[in-house]
Design a protein around this ligand. Structure first.
Ligand code: MG
Length: 646
């Protein structure tokens, strides 16, 4: 189907070209392509991009209605936030991998999107959450019966400490402690407690002794306690009183359905969390604490535990020993679901949290990912897909630490790219940027010759690029211009092209803000629980207003995207650093099949000049900010960019 579309569009271009020849006297520039040459991908949050039916949720039809916008941004692919039925608005706790989330639309809507997008040469990439699922029917079944067909889908244990020590937890792939995450009790059994208890923590002996009592309950200690009890709802903490050297006590009325934990802080990120080994306390008996398994401490009965790398609402999936993961029931089930979407016309997958499929074990994860990729690509090829299926992994780590994941996947997000870029723009230092990008690429080469470096600024899990750049529009335009002139496959995150800002401090919703399409129109806010930054969403930041301004962030993104799609050297070129004595200046060339362009960015707030010789400075392909030339000398104003052709 894709091939037919391309042939048709080539015919259309040829036909259009014939018409133009009749009308125009000036010959067409041979270097300029009328096809989209590059792989610009737009990352969008389906729930907040565009709402077609006014129910306060962005939806699939909303995307279809705005394909012109995405086309004008040069997109050749869309990475959609998870569209399968899920428990929460963001979709990363999938309940049914084979079903479209009714809040976002129907399967017919999804098919229509794939078809309409294809008419504009835009591929659809699905977000595939393989590390964990939501607590849906699979999980309920798996944890309610030992004979459940889904029992093997999750990382379950009756005694986590013993099983981890014995190497029986396949998910850990030999690791003795998880890289992150926790063991949680499954539902059922007498795990919680409601009533008055006395707690005594002895950090010398690393024990807690819990006693039922009728003594008066105390209010929690609020004077900088060194030890806290966690119990009940997720935010319930009580400060304990110091009653001796490293000894802490409190008498408390508690109501908890999962047990309790001991922590040195109200935040596990900044404190040390102490739990048990998976067994329950006996009243009046010292209970041994540990901070490696740190399982919830329960009040009675036999318990079965499940492991979750992230929140307890997202139990990790279990694929068995990594070398034979593709033979596991969970793998087969998820692959069958992926087949359905690939056969429907999906041309790529973005894989969530690939570091944690096997607890930060690179060799195990790469092995798993290769099995997953090969399975999906086989389906894609059987469908008649062009080339190979695109698949990109989210391995959220420094480039040098995750390069070996290229053994398993054709593409990985390059988080270090943005961490470096924001650092350099904020320092006004550009002259080592090309060298750094080339160094990233060198890290990948040993593991895959044809790696696809998925470069990006921020994404839906990070503070906004705009925020990292001090909400400075000139810096945001520069960041976009750098992204769209760098080698690799650039991803533009929803709102970045509009100069949005936002941090996670008030909730992740604030980095997932809806697109404001018109000056006066509303945005879908129900999916985000009303957590919308209306101070940012002024009429002037709307698409309508920015389309009317040639110097807006949006117009800058469009101009650089168009250049990238039109010049093969920018789209596919090999990068070469051009050394510069100017600290602020990032200078490099991009070359492909005889075409070379010179890329220049000023990372500072002062004017920077350089000689562009031997490039034809009269031929500026695209520029941003103040750019002037005098002979072969180029003057770049604050945060300005220019691309010249040789
Ligand atoms: Mg809607």
């Amino acid at each position: 189907m894709k091939r037919i579309t391309i042939i048709l569009s080539v015919l259309a271009v040829l036909a259009a070209g014939c018409d133009r020849k009749k009308e125009q006297t000036k010959p067409e520039t041979p270097e300029v392509s009328t096809e989209k040459l590059s792989g610009i991908t737009y990352q969008l949050n389906v729930y907040s991009f565009a709402d077609s039916d006014g129910d306060g949720w962005g939806d699939i039809k909303g995307i279809t209605q705005h394909l012109d916008y995405l086309d004008a941004l040069g997109a050749t692919a869309l990475w959609l936030s998870p569209v399968q039925t899920a428990a929460s608005y963001h979709g990363y706790d999938v309940l049914n991998y084979s079903e479209i989330n009714p809040k976002l639309g129907t399967e017919a809507d999804f098919k229509e999107l794939i078809e309409k997008a294809r008419e504009k040469d835009i591929d659809i990439y699905m977000d595939y959450v393989l590390n964990h699922s939501g607590r849906g029917e699979w999980f309920q079944s798996a944890t309610s019966s030992e004979s459940s067909p889904y029992r093997s889908y999750y990382v379950l244990s009756d005694n986590p400490t013993a099983d981890v020590a014995a190497g029986k937890v396949d998910n850990f792939a030999g690791a003795k402690t998880p890289g992150m995450g926790n063991w949680h009790v499954t539902a059922g059994g007498n795990l919680g407690y409601k009533g008055r208890l006395h707690f005594k923590v002895d950090m010398n002996a690393k024990t807690v002794t819990v006693t039922e009592t009728t003594a008066a309950a105390q209010s929690p200690n609020t004077s900088s306690p060194a030890c806290w009890l966690w119990y009940g709802s997720i935010s319930k903490h009580a400060g304990m009183y110091t009653t001796g050297p490293s000894t802490y006590e409190i008498t408390l009325d508690i109501d908890t359905d999962w047990g309790f934990l001991v922590c040195t802080s109200t935040s596990w990120a900044s404190g040390t969390k102490w739990g048990g080994d998976g067994s329950s306390i006996s009243f009046g008996q010292p209970f041994k604490l540990n901070n490696s398994t740190a399982a919830d401490i329960t009040f009675g009965g036999e318990s079965t535990w499940y492991f979750a790398s992230f929140d307890q609402s997202m139990p990790d999936l279990n694929y068995g020993p990594y070398a034979s993961a593709s033979e596991s029931a969970a793998f087969k089930d998820l692959a069958n679901s992926a087949d359905k979407w690939i056969n429907m016309g999906v041309n790529g997958l973005r894989l969530d949290a690939v570091l944690w499929i096997y607890q930060n074990q690179a060799a195990a994860n790469a092995s798993f990912l290769k099995q997953w990729y090969d399975r999906c690509n086989t389906t894609y090829k059987a469908r008649g897909g062009q080339g190979d299926l695109y698949m990109v992994g989210e391995a959220w780590e420094e480039t040098s630490k995750i390069a070996s994941y290229y053994r398993g996947l054709p593409s990985l997000f390059n988080f270090s790219y943005w961490w470096t870029l924001k650092d350099r723009i904020n320092k006004g230092k550009g002259n080592d940027f090309a060298k750094t990008v080339l160094w990233f690429r060198e890290q990948y080469k040993p593991f895959r010759a044809d790696f696809i470096d998925a470069i990006k600024l921020s994404n839906h899990d990070e503070d906004r690029a705009g925020n990292d750049l001090g909400k400075d529009q000139a810096k945001m335009k520069l960041a976009g211009a750098v992204l769209l002139t760098s080698p690799g496959k650039p991803f533009i995150y929803q709102g970045e092209e509009l100069g949005y800002w936002g941090t996670k401090a008030g909730g992740d919703e604030y980095i997932r803000t809806p697109v404001k399409w018109t000056r006066s129109g509303s945005v879908p806010s129900k999916s985000l629980g009303g957590k919308i930054d209306n101070v940012m969403l002024t009429s002037e930041i709307s698409v309508e207003a920015q389309e009317a301004s040639a110097t807006s962030v949006l117009s800058t993104y469009r101009a650089f995207a168009k250049a990238r799609n039109s010049y093969k050297a920018l789209a596919k070129g090999e990068m070469k650093e051009v050394s510069s004595s100017k600290n602020a200046l990032a200078l490099w060339t991009m070359s492909y099949e005889g075409q070379t362009v010179l890329v220049a960015h000023n990372f500072s707030s002062s004017i920077t000049s350089f000689s562009a010789d031997p490039y034809k400075v009269s031929d500026t392909i695209v520029s941003n900010g103040m750019v002037s030339t005098n002979g072969s000398t180029v003057n770049l104003g604050p945060y300005a960019s220019a691309v010249f052709i040789q």
